[in-house]
Ligand binder design. Structure first.
Ligand SMILES: N[C@@H](CCC(=O)N[C@@H](CS)C(=O)NCC(=O)O)C(=O)O
Length: 205
């Protein structure tokens, strides 16, 4: 059976919602960040990266949200998160998710995880101060050039939707009012109506 290692409110939320949307049979195992469980020997045995999400499959572990989301989409064809056959449409999804993973997530991580990039407390503080403006710039770009509506890719729901929702959920904590981005904000309200989202948010925070 599939097993998802997650932490509430973290980027693992996207994979968690995707599993629910797919109607997958899976176990969800919470990793306690406050207790630094992601750095425990037991967890590092599964995932030497010490991060979530990590999806354990019958054939081994998968890490990195875009890879996990794509795996769920491919494995559960015929569900709301299944992938388009058309190469261009699939590339659009990959492009959007890669932007979230490689740019937006990194901008957000400078708030609490600055020690990944610097030791000097003044430098870490300076990076923290950039988080609101960087996240704001990223979401401006998403709102004006990437988001199609009503779902990220247009009329069809996809693995990009739970991924975007997760990042939208980080905005307030990063000092950015999500209402500044009306299309993205309306998307988060639309997502909140989905049963899969409600289930994950009520059980996993
Ligand atoms: N590129 C990875 C990033 C994974 C990642 O950084 N996860 C965070 C939670 S959002 C984490 O596990 N942080 C724990 C830590 O840094 O100790 C992905 O997209 O899955």
């Amino acid at each position: 059976m599939l097993r998802l290692y997650f932490s509430p409110g973290s980027c693992s939320q996207a994979s968690h919602i995707a599993l629910e949307e797919a109607g997958a049979v899976y176990e969800a195992e919470r990793i306690d960040f406050a207790g630094q469980q992601q750095r425990s020997e037991e967890f590092l045995r599964f995932n030497p990266k010490g991060r979530v999400p990590a999806l354990v499959t019958e054939r081994g572990i998968i890490t990195e949200s875009p890879a996990i989301l794509t795996y769920i989409g491919q494995r559960f064809a015929g569900t709301p998160v299944s992938l388009p056959q058309d190469p261009f449409e699939f590339a659009r999804i990959q492009s959007f998710n890669a932007y979230l993973c490689s740019t937006v997530h990194v901008a957000h991580a400078h708030k609490r995880r600055g020690s990944r990039w610097a030791d000097d407390p003044a430098v870490i503080e300076a990076m923290t101060l950039k988080v609101a403006s960087n996240m704001s710039d990223c979401f401006e770009l998403i709102e004006t050039t990437m988001f199609t509506g009503p779902w990220v890719m247009g009329e069809t729901y996809s693995i990009a939707d739970p991924y975007l929702l997760t990042f939208t959920g980080w905005l307030e904590g990063d000092g950015v009012d999500p209402r500044r981005f009306p299309k993205v904000y309306a998307h988060s309200q639309r997502m909140a109506e989905r049963l899969a989202v409600q289930k994950v948010l009520s059980t996993a925070g």
